[in-house]
Design a protein around this ligand. Structure first.
Ligand code: AMP
Length: 462
């Protein structure tokens, strides 16, 4: 490793916000070369205290630039040490909840550390462990791992964490949701007692705050954006449809080719498979990604979607977490997530880096309480684009008595706020067609009542 990188003269480099944050030498060059001209807010806030050796607790979402926020200081320190690596050890450990996110983190680090002779390894479940064990044999600078497989390899003595002086817990709230929290605790305890720790989380449930108290020492708290705010560039709309109608509504929407690159979210793995099957039967080419798929199948689905050879990716929340595919034009929520925070993560897959994005949620009347929870945390009301519930249901046997047509109870103006009227549009009324490509009104299968697209949130949560 080149130990002189840090002290290199950087006077010839263009003035960069990263230099002002303390990133220097070839790492600064590589950062700028990778297209990161100016630091993002989370980077401005997190890099200086991280470089100063402080523990960090950061509230930041995927898309905020958090990977560079924790990677650049760690790379700086590893370059500065430049000592020999010990077998089976890792100088830095980044724990991530999903395989996809771990792969993405490694990709980012490789770009930022290009030409700096930094070694990285991935330890993930779902793929052969032998190559991982082999990769860890000489020791690495940065290990990126999911907690389950790493726990196994540490237990078997194939990985040693006693030399790990930098620990990052990325998307800690998701690791909690996925039941990894005890593994995270155990792995953290196995690292060097003098380690520096950074915990990144999109939300801060009590359990994560508790975890932070036990694992972090006098941390600096930084925040990229308030938790559970929606991105202003994303236009959001609601389509009310019964569960039985959703397949037809979705296929009708996707007939619009302006929906160029679409993620369809399903709450369950089984549901994701069913939606994919139905889409294929309806003549669409769709890939699916969820936790029961092999690592190779997941990576292939993601690559096909990223490269544009499939237009539609059906995903569960867990699998989609952290996916950063540029240019996703639309997010469709086939159903509402159990946790309202997931809605914010889902729709955040579109509208990246200032691009326009559209998020459409299909909502059965039975899901109304979940919708209200979403509206509470985002502090905005999602405008109704269409209501299919008073349409004849084609899936229902004509001889069976039909259910009474659904009436949106929220169409009654609320006493404390007369504007809360979905059907009338209220003060968020029509702004033309949704996102220049969301469901077009006249298409046949999409024949519910057309409403205005409530585009941007009226307020951004403070
Ligand atoms: P992340 O939140 O780390 O997944 O980053 C989201 C996206 O922002 C990724 O595509 C990064 O490559 C990109 N990114 C991160 N930091 C910067 C920056 N300072 N300038 C431009 N792009 C960035």
């Amino acid at each position: 490793m080149n130990t002189e990188l840090n002290t290199e003269n950087t006077a010839a480099l263009p003035e960069s916000g990263f230099a002002a944050l303390g990133i220097t030498g070839n790492l600064l060059k590589a950062t700028i070369a990778s297209g990161f001209a100016e630091p993002k807010p989370i980077q401005v806030k997190a890099i200086p205290p991280h470089l100063a050796g402080r523990d960090i607790i950061a509230i930041a979402q995927t898309g905020s630039g958090k990977t560079a926020a924790f990677s650049l200081p760690i790379l700086t320190k590893i370059i500065a040490i430049g000592a020999k690596r010990l077998p089976k050890t890792a100088r830095a450990l980044i724990l991530a909840p999903t395989r996809e996110l771990a792969v993405q983190i490694e990709d980012t680090i490789k770009v930022l550390a290009k030409g700096l002779h930094i070694s990285t390894a991935l330890v993930l479940g779902g793929v052969s462990r032998n190559s991982q064990v082999k990769k860890m044999q000489p020791g690495v600078d940065i290990l990126i791992a999911t907690p389950g497989r790493l726990t196994d390899l540490v237990r078997e003595g194939e990985v040693k964490l006693n030399e790990t002086r930098w620990l990052v817990l990325d998307e800690a709230d998701r690791m909690l949701d996925m039941g990894f929290i005890n593994d995270v605790r155990r792995l953290s305890k196995a690292t060097h007692p003098e380690r520096q720790t950074a915990l990144y989380s999109a939300t801060m449930p009590d359990e994560i705050a508790e975890l932070a108290k036990t694992l972090l020492r006098n941390p600096v708290r930084v925040e990229a954006a308030p938790p559970a705010t929606t991105v202003v560039e994303i236009k959001q709309g609601l389509v009310i449809a019964r569960v039985k109608q959703k397949r037809q509504v979705l296929s009708g929407m996707l007939a619009d080719e302006k929906m160029k690159s679409v993620i369809v979210f399903s709450r369950t793995k089984h549901g994701a498979d069913r939606v994919t099957r139905d889409l294929e039967r309806d003549g669409f080419n769709a890939a699916v990604i969820h936790g029961n798929k092999s690592q190779n199948a997941r990576q292939k689905a993601l690559n096909d979607f990223r490269e544009g050879s499939v237009r539609i990716l059906v995903a569960t929340d867990i699998a989609a977490r952290g996916i950063d595919v540029p240019g996703i034009s639309h997010v469709v929520n086939y159903d509402l997530p159990d946790e309202p925070e997931s809605y914010v993560h889902r729709i955040g897959r579109t509208g990246r880096n200032g691009a326009d994005g559209v998020a459409i949620t299909l909502c059965d009347p039975a899901e109304f309480s979940k919708l209200r929870a979403v509206e509470r945390i985002t502090r905005m009301k999602i405008a109704v684009l269409a209501d299919h519930t008073d349409q004849p249901d084609p899936a229902v046997n004509k001889n069976e008595p039909r259910e009474a047509p659904y009436r949106d109870p929220r169409s009654q103006p609320r006493q404390e706020n007369g504007n809360r009227n979905h059907k009338g549009g209220g003060n968020r009324s029509a702004q033309g067609k949704p996102g220049g490509g969301a469901p077009a009104g006249e298409r046949k299968p999409f024949r519910g009542k057309r409403r205005g697209f409530g585009s941007k949130p009226a307020t951004r949560a403070a």
